[in-house]
Write a protein that binds this ligand. Structure first.
Ligand code: UDX
Length: 418
């Protein structure tokens, strides 16, 4: 008896369900053979019913025996119901992984414009996970404790593809999520962007800097969309008492970036792997602070749900500081991806309203959250190159050759750089 109790206590919930399903199948099979023995031939309808039941059981069993990444057990008190908008996207899906593995109940909402089911498919069927195909521009009525609001296209070619939709997502979508946060009393974190600084006149940028944005330029749908999204967050906080956090993400790269994302790192890697020239817009002297995808996640979870000692003011939470300028000879992604193939560099006209330099001042984030980037650029790039190589193989098997997306280029004379 003791031995049986010991075996049962060693079984987890999924194994228990598997055993129950097996027992049910055995029972049905038994009944089936007995009824045939007793009544001779069964009616066709009865047989169909039996077959349906048995195949249903098999589906049930295969879903129980599916392997998921390890998930921590959290008590009812500590386990939160978390909504991640844009949770099937490049950054969102990594956040989904982190919060799932931490043991929370995660609902991913995505309209799959730039997000992909593939990014979260490893969680489908897990009892803590739900995937909803929904556009945040429409209201959403669910019960949650926390909201991570990431939904929006983020790469310049993607957000410029349909500027009105980008504006709607960042304005109406954010209003809907704030309305939800207010109704259910949830805390909301808005994933904002370094693009709120536009083409900054102050360098490096800290939380106090208000930015320098062209309100009618091609980037405005995103820059101004995120700026008004931030304004909405603070208005809801002041007027309605909704707890909000705003994190401004700088240039992020890593696995699960879409092949056709169009940002510089994914373009360079794809071009290098395909033996194409690396396209540099303008002189290549523009600078960016690149960070690996795990960095913003850590800052999100540090700033948003669990710690209460974070001030209401925005935190510019990002950035791998690069002292190397974004120049053609030193440009880190370019020089690194050069190692993948001996690609040439092709200079193209500069992108319209392209910020000349951007780098965050992370002192506040470091002081308040104890946060700083840890993955060196080269290591991050290596991981991303490996991911893209695997993706290319996968795409080749599907007879699809991805092409990097081009930016909207400026017409006329190139801008004079200081
Ligand atoms: O193929 C390319 C792509 C881009 N670039 C240049 O590389 C620099 C970086 O461009 P990216 O498209 O990667 O990113 P951007 O800095 O323009 O915008 C990004 O910034 C921060 C994020 O939060 C935003 O979501 C994203 O819009 C720009 O100067 C761009 O003109 C190239 O030289 N070649």
């Amino acid at each position: 008896m003791k031995r049986i109790i010991w075996v049962i206590s060693g079984l987890n919930r999924r194994m228990m369900k598997l055993l129950v399903a097996l027992a049910l199948i055995a029972y049905i099979a038994c009944e089936y053979s007995i009824s045939i023995q007793e009544h001779g031939e069964m009616k066709i309808e009865e047989r169909i019913d039996e077959v349906r039941l048995i195949s249903g059981m098999f589906i049930l069993i295969s879903s129980f025996s599916q392997k998921y990444p390890p998930v921590k057990f959290l008590s009812e008190k500590d386990r939160k119901r978390i909504l991640i908008t844009g949770g099937a996207g490049f950054v969102g899906s990594h956040l989904t992984d982190k919060l799932m593995m931490d043991g929370h109940e995660v609902t991913v909402v995505d309209n799959f414009f730039t997000g992909r089911k593939r990014n979260v498919e490893h969680w489908i069927g897990h009892e803590n996970f739900e995937l909803i195909n929904h556009d945040v521009v429409e209201p959403l009525y669910i019960e949650v404790d926390q909201i991570y609001h990431l939904a929006s296209p983020a790469s310049p070619p993607n957000y410029m593809y349909n500027p009105i939709k980008t504006l709607k997502t960042n304005t109406i979508g954010t209003l809907n999520m704030l309305g939800l946060a207010k109704r259910v009393g949830a805390r909301l974190l808005l994933a904002s962007t370094s693009e709120v600084y536009g083409d900054p006149e102050v360098h490096p940028q800290n939380e106090e800097y208000w930015g320098h944005v062209n309100p009618i330029g091609p980037r405005a749908c995103y820059d101004e969309g995120k700026r008004v999204a931030e304004t909405m967050c603070y208005a809801y906080m002041k007027q309605e008492g909704v707890e909000v956090r705003v994190a401004r993400i700088f240039n992020t790269f890593g696995s699960r970036m879409h092949m056709n994302d169009g940002r510089v790192v994914s373009n360079f890697i794809l071009q290098a792997l395909q033996g194409e020239p690396l396209t540099v817009y303008g002189s290549g002297s523009q600078t960016r602070a690149f960070q690996y995808t795990t960095h913003p996640l850590l800052s999100f979870t540090l700033s948003s749900p669990f710690s209460s000692n974070i001030p209401d003011r925005c935190c510019s939470l990002s950035g791998l500081y690069l002292t190397v300028p974004f120049s053609t000879s030193l440009l880190p992604p370019a020089t690194h991806t050069h190692l993948v193939s001996r690609s040439q560099i092709q200079f193209l006209p500069e992108a319209q309203d392209d910020p000349r330099r951007r780098r965050p001042d992370i002192r506040k984030a470091k002081m308040m959250l104890g946060w700083e980037p840890v993955v060196p650029l080269e290591e991050g790039l290596n991981k991303t190159i490996q991911y893209f190589s695997r993706e290319l193989e996968h795409q080749a098997n599907n007879q699809y050759i991805p092409k990097p997306k081009a930016a909207r280029q400026k017409k006329g004379r190139p801008r004079q750089h200081n």
